[in-house]
Design a protein around this ligand. Structure first.
Ligand SMILES: Nc1ncnc2c1ncn2[C@@H]1O[C@H](COP(=O)(O)OP(=O)(O)O)[C@@H](O)[C@H]1O
Ligand SMILES: [Mg+2]
Length: 428
């Protein structure tokens, strides 16, 4: 039995899939039409909505209950029509030749395809929808990309919303009971709240804080800062880049529970994205370079009072340099992506190999496995040796992958454009 709770507690039957009852119902009606031998007018169903709310689970649960094989295809792997056809086209034809195997094709992350330069992916997908003789389920987080329009027309659109806090809480309580874990409702409520309706992350958080123990007290909640911190830092970045004054920019760091070094790194990495004008950008990078001089001295000589100078320069300096804004909305780069880009190729290879092993077991794309599961698995492996060993076996990690995940072997990371790590709380 898998040691990873999200997998262990994946619904086995449709009745166990929480929430989004209307869409679940519509999905059942759609697939029943196939079973009655009258393919529905829309031959593909597009399940869309945020991560961790049961889209994949619904399909797997239905397949499990009704004896289907699910042919999972990762859309972000598709580069061209030929490849898409070889994966999906073939299996859709085969199924009709061999009446005994019932198949559902599941294509995750179709919005990933839309982002690619090769429009061939979308064209091929369109064709496959038109030609398929077996149920085709597509999944997307955001289906409203204009490039997906031709596909949308061909799909039964089924929206999946964030789960209610009560639904998340109910599932966490169920798992606590099943695992024989003593934990207060307050802790579970906190987990449910932070998850914002993403049950995958709630379950992952829960497993991470228990760390293999059977009694969990409230103090563990503190170990869970990450996601809040990421949210906080995005908010701070937004304030800094949009501030009209130095004062407003430095206010962005007030009460921020993030070390100044991270803020600095994010500013450096996001500046080129947020500041389109080269002269503005030069000014902003110069301000950041000056701030770095102070920050290095704070770090080397423990001259804490220099933070007072560093903060207005790195925040206000960036804000006043940005005289022109990008023409459209530009997302802040995710910290995982930033960190990822800084990694050496050796580490990137390692993470990719790990992520593909996770992806294969957990019905995720490699990229989602990397961002949504790898950190948790690493957390568990670092904090609990026994679970770590079980996980290593389950995922078939190599010894060096185990060493990497459990933090025993650091791969040298060259900080190409950012200064070395400085750990301390921000004091603006
Ligand atoms: N609606 C749900 N009902 C029960 N479990 C869920 C639900 N949504 C998510 N989960 C849990 O979270 C995990 C990930 O859910 P999944 O269906 O893969 O999410 P996604 O919507 O991203 O496809 C599942 O393995 C299951 O443990
Ligand atoms: Mg999914």
């Amino acid at each position: 039995m898998p040691e990873i709770w999200v997998e262990k507690y994946r619904p086995k039957r449709v009745a166990e899939v929480l929430g989004n009852k209307q869409s679940v119902q519509a999905f059942l009606e759609w697939i029943r039409k196939w079973e009655l031998g009258k393919p529905p007018e829309k031959k593909a169903a597009l399940l869309y909505g945020p991560a961790g709310v049961g889209k994949t689970s619904l399909v797997l649960a239905y397949a499990n209950e009704h004896g289907y094989d699910v042919v999972e295809v990762n859309a972000s792997d598709w580069r061209n029509e030929a490849r898409m056809k070889s994966i999906v086209g073939e299996s859709s034809l085969q199924a009709t030749l061999d009446g005994s195997t019932k198949k559902i094709i599941l294509i995750d992350e179709v919005d990933g395809v839309a982002g690619r330069e090769d429009a061939g992916g979308i064209a091929a997908l369109k064709k496959i929808i038109d030609e398929t003789r077996i149920p085709l389920v597509l999944v997307a987080n955001n289906p409203w990309d204009p490039k997906l329009a031709p596909i949308r027309d061909r799909c039964l659109m089924l929206e999946f919303r964030r789960l209610r806090k009560s639904e998340v809480l109910a599932r966490l309580k169920y798992i606590a009971k099943a695992e024989g874990i003593q934990v207060s409702d307050a802790v579970l409520e906190k987990l449910a709240e932070r998850s914002e309706g993403d049950l995958r992350s709630a379950i992952n958080d829960f497993q991470a804080i228990t760390g293999g123990r059977k009694v969990v007290d409230e103090s563990v909640i503190a170990a869970l800062g990450t996601r809040n911190r990421v949210k906080q830092i995005f908010e701070a970045l937004r304030m800094i880049f949009n501030a009209k004054s130095i004062r407003a920019a430095r206010a962005a760091l007030e009460g921020l529970e993030v070390d100044l070094d991270s803020v600095y790194t994010w500013l450096v990495d996001n500046a080129p994205l947020q500041i389109p004008d080269p002269n503005d950008l030069a000014d902003a990078l110069e301000a950041l370079a000056r701030a770095d001089v102070y920050l290095s001295r704070v770090n080397k000589k423990q001259e804490w009072k220099l933070i007072r100078y560093a903060v207005p320069i790195m925040t206000g300096g960036v804000a006043v340099s940005r005289r022109h804004k990008p023409s459209g909305f530009v997302k802040f780069a995710f910290p995982s992506k930033i960190r990822f880009m800084q990694k050496t190729s050796k580490e990137r290879e390692m993470r990719k190999s790990i992520a593909s092993k996770i992806a294969a077991k957990l019905h995720l794309s490699t990229s989602k496995a990397m961002t949504q599961m790898l950190p948790y698995i690493s957390f568990i492996m670092t904090h609990n040796e026994e679970s770590g060993r079980a996980l290593a076996k389950y995922f078939e990690f190599t010894p060096s992958e185990v060493a990497y995940l459990s933090g025993k072997e650091k791969i040298e990371v060259k900080a190409a454009k950012t200064p070395s790590r400085r750990r301390r709380k921000t004091r603006a």
